[in-house]
Each structure stands twice: as structure tokens, then as C-alpha cells.
Design a protein around this ligand. Structure first.
Ligand code: GLP
Length: 245
């Protein structure tokens, strides 16, 4: 469903700007987009991308960098032009200057048309950990112990990074459309608090309640703590055709 959404945005605007996420969650999305490119001619030649985040102190060619992730799982399989790919530089010698440039580059491209998001088990989006300013811009963030633990599987025998460069919550909120993907029981709490809890910097994804065009695409496991899930199914069942993907 998310892939169809992305394809529709590219169909309407071939030179659109996509905001992209990493982690296990969007892997299926990238696989389907690769299939659509190879089998259905989905064309990325004019598409620009901005990734949400990158580890600080991890070179682009490190096997666990988000650069490596994006090229291995997506970019090398499609016809995107390398100069249209933007991923924060975790090795930049001047983090604040880099972050400012990243923000300017997004603006210079006309802003993000569609932002893909995952969600951390504590409700973070990008690397905006709980209590991040809801107006924050691209900057360095220190990870919580939980995020470090979640990431430790990717950094065998090495120190897990403690910092990331991430688009801010304010940056994410300026995307014209947001799609948040969440799968599995581990995400159920964060999903319920984001959709049905109060808007709070304690659960950064809850700010999406204030976004004019945000969609959560989640599976049954990730949905199981939602109090109003029968109502959401009802809404989906009775959606007018023109609203369907
Ligand atoms: C990291 C990333 C997030 C991602 C989250 C969840 O913290 N910075 O963008 O959403 O992990 O990852 P996963 O999809 O593997 O659960």
C-alpha cells in the first residue's frame, strides 16, 4: 500500500522529493518499489531523496551506516541519480553547519512531498528521541539507552554510536504528506500512544496528530493496543472510492 502511494506521488510529479527512512520496517516497501521499477517501469530518474538520519562517527562505507543500508536495499536497484540522493554525513567535521545546509537543501528542492517514517519502540521518529522539541530542525541528537540497545545488533564487536544527525520534528512536519509504517507487537505501545495519546514530546510521533496529511500503515500486531481499532476498520470500509489508494 505504501509503495502504491509512493508510485502515485511519482506518477503525478516525476521530479518529486521523497523523505526516506531506514530500519527493518521500510525494507518491504523498498523491495516492492524495486519490483515496480523493474517490472512496471516506475521511474526514479528525476526523483530527489532526503534521508531522515545517520549515525555520527560512522563513515558512509561502514556496513551498518544508513548510507550503506540505502544503497544496498534500494538505490543501487533503481534508476535514481546519485546527485539527487541526500543522506546526512555522519563524519562531517562541523555538525551545526552541515545541519543548516541540509535544511537549506530541502528548501531549495521545494520541500519534501512525501515523508516515509518508521517509529522507535519509544515513539521516536528519525532519531528525535522523547522530549525532542516538537519544533526542532536537523541537528545532532544523543540516543536513549533503549535506542542504543535496539541498534546494538548492527554493531557487533564495536561501540554502538551514541549520537545521530536527524531531521528535526519541525522539518518532518513540513513534509506535505507523511506515511508512518509500523509492524509487530514491539511497536504496539508506541503506535497507540502516538495515535490516541495526548500530543507530547514524550512520544515524538504523536505530533503527527497535528499534521494535515499523515497516514499510519500498520499490521494487526502493531494495532493491538489501539482502543478505537474497530472504528478505524469501519472508516476504512466506508471510505469513498476517491479517497482510496
Ligand atoms: C532507528 C531509526 C528510525 C527507525 C527506528 C525503528 O531509530 N533512526 O528512523 O524508525 O530505528 O527501526 P525498525 O524499523 O528497525 O524497528
Amino acid at each position: 500500500m505504501a509503495a502504491q502511494f509512493v508510485a502515485r506521488v511519482i506518477g503525478k510529479k516525476p521530479n518529486c522529493v521523497l523523505g526516506l527512512a531506514t530500519g527493518n520496517t521500510p525494507l518491504m516497501l523498498y523491495k516492492e518499489l524495486i519490483r515496480m521499477h523493474q517490472k512496471e517501469g516506475l521511474n526514479f530518474s528525476e526523483v530527489t531523496t532526503f534521508n531522515l538520519d545517520e549515525y555520527v562517527g560512522i563513515p558512509a562505507n561502514h556496513p551498518s551506516s544508513y548510507h550503506t543500508y540505502m544503497w544496498e536495499h534500494f538505490f543501487k536497484h533503481i534508476n535514481i541519480q546519485e546527485h539527487n540522493v541526500n543522506i546526512p554525513d555522519g563524519m562531517t567535521p562541523d555538525v551545526p553547519a552541515f545541519c543548516k545546509k541540509y535544511e537549506e537543501a530541502i528548501k531549495a528542492c521545494g520541500g519534501i512531498d512525501l515523508q516515509i517514517l518508521g517509529i522507535g519502540s519509544d515513539g521516536h521518529i528519525g532519531f528525535n528521541e522523547p522530549t525532542s522539541s516538537l519544533a526542532s530542525r536537523t541537528r545532532i541528537k544523543t540516543f536513549t539507552r533503549q535506542t542504543i540497545q535496539d541498534n546494538s545488533v548492527f554493531f557487533t564487536n564495536e561501540n554502538v554510536p551514541h549520537h545521530g544527525i536527524t531531521m528535526g520534528i519541525g522539518t518532518i512536519m513540513e513534509g506535505r504528506q507523511c506515511i508512518l509504517l509500523a509492524f509487530g507487537k514491539k511497536k504496539a505501545d508506541a503506535v497507540a500512544r502516538s495515535i490516541e495519546g495526548p500530543v507530547s514530546s514524550m512520544v515524538p510521533a504523536s505530533i503527527l496528530q497535528m499534521h494535515p496529511n499523515a497516514i499510519f500503515i500498520i499490521d494487526e500486531d502493531a494495532a493491538h493496543k489501539l482502543q478505537k481499532r474497530d472504528y478505524y476498520r469501519w472508516i476504512y470500509q466506508y471510505k469513498p472510492d476517491w479517497q482510496r489508494i
